[in-house]
Ligand binder design. Structure first.
Ligand code: ZN
Length: 133
């Protein structure tokens, strides 16, 4: 890693919001190339995004894509993570707004698929039928 915190690539720092109805909302801040935001959400949805989001997805709860910060600055992710629980003040869903997208966990994320079927599912996602060279 270089010490350069700015990137020439357009980035998306995103805020995910989980609500289980009984406790304080849980939040996750992540970063990806801006062009990959949809793919990144599908990874989180499938329990492949990050350890913490995989644990949340395995509880069978969906999540909301609450907010996307478009930036060239990688440091923004750290700045937002450092907010801790105060991140809820920056979360539109906590403030009553409609989320940008809602994602339900896939069967794989919820632990309902046997391993073989999981692999087949992952392959199907990557194979993109009809788009092979
Ligand atoms: Zn929230």
């Amino acid at each position: 890693m270089s010490g350069d915190l700015t990137s020439q690539r357009l980035l998306a720092v995103y805020l995910l919001h989980w609500q289980d109805g009984t406790r304080q909302a849980q939040h996750y801040v992540g970063i990806t190339d801006h062009s990959r935001i949809d793919a990144r959400m599908r990874e989180h949805q499938a329990g492949r995004g990050a350890l913490r989001t995989a644990a949340l997805a395995s509880n069978g709860r969906g999540f909301a894509l609450a907010r996307i910060f478009t930036t060239y600055n990688r440091e923004l992710e750290t700045t937002l993570i450092d907010q801790g629980d105060a991140i809820s003040k920056l979360c539109p869903v906590c403030r009553g707004a409609t989320p940008l997208e809602n994602y339900r966990p896939t069967k794989r994320a919820a632990g309902l698929l046997p391993p073989l079927e999981v692999e087949r599912t992952v392959y199907a996602i990557h194979a993109r039928p009809g788009r092979q060279p």
